[in-house]
Write a protein that binds this ligand. Sequence first.
Ligand SMILES: Nc1ncnc2c1ncn2[C@@H]1O[C@H](COP(=O)(O)OP(=O)(O)OP(=O)(O)O)[C@@H](O)[C@H]1O
Ligand SMILES: [Mg+2]
Length: 315
Amino acid sequence: MIGLRGICKAFGRYQALRGVTIDFEPGKMTALLGPNGSGKTTAIKTLLGLVRPNAGAVEWNGRHINGDFAFREEIGYMPQIAHFPENLTIREFLAMIGDIRRTRPVRYSGMMERFELAALEAKPLKGLSGGTRQRVCAVMALMFDVPMYILDEPTAGLDPLAAAGFRDDLVEMVRRDGTTVFLTTHNLTEAERLCQQVGVIRAGRLLAAGRTDELRQRARSQPLVSFVGRGFDERVAAMLRARPEVQGVRRLDSTLHVELRAGAETSPLVAAIVNAGAEVEEVRKARATLEDLFLDLVDDTNAAAPNDARETTPC
Ligand SMILES: Nc1ncnc2c1ncn2[C@@H]1O[C@H](COP(=O)(O)OP(=O)(O)OP(=O)(O)O)[C@@H](O)[C@H]1O
Ligand SMILES: [Mg+2]
């Protein structure tokens, strides 16, 4: 399977990738997350040989590639920004892509139906809406029955229905065919729902990489519980703040968000709230999300010490 080993890439004096190492587990989905300009597309283009790194290597099945990109036949690629030959029709363009490759586009008809492009086949690419162009790109990647898809912001610009259909297709392909998927997205819920593995990159450095569930848990060290009910006035909030097992309290309308110290029990807090004269209708234990991890890593410059990330190579 494919991987990046200590990739460094500079554009002029700007260091876009600083020693990035990523492994893709076969038959799994991996998301690369990061702010705009952090190096996601550059990492993808390096994998595909569209960008030549200054240091490091691309590996395919354990071997360094050294400029032999024949393995691209086994990849379906969806670029972030497509540069189409604008005068061709959708059908002509996709037929051309099919002709260029040795792999046959066996899923062409199915994907054209899936992305509701069949009736638009004869339309020229110029003049297509942004979302329709994105759907053409999706067909371009997914029409090949290949072991790996590399998708650069695949659902950006798709309407919610098309995006949901796309996600379903990916999940189904991974389940049925054991396809390996590497994607980038700014939709953290999407990454969390689809991907068993994630990497977070900022300014060309991989800050964290690993299993989604483990990284998510690491993001929030303190447990958080929300009480929904009535009568949550400042007096109740102050009473909670004074308790030793409570780290912090935030009051929002009919909800109290309480940050607990490690090991604290929830039921004594419910009793204390009721004793204070308020009413508890619901208790929710908040689940750590990928967004917590992302914000921890990306928002806070001090949190950028990547002790456990699999990259440290300086460029
Ligand atoms: N061909 C190029 N020439 C010069 N600079 C480039 C080139 N390609 C990328 N860069 C720079 O490298 C950095 C990383 O860009 P990249 O496109 O990889 O970011 P990204 O993480 O994909 O961002 P986005 O979320 O906006 O898609 C940016 O500062 C960008 O301006
Ligand atoms: Mg990009």
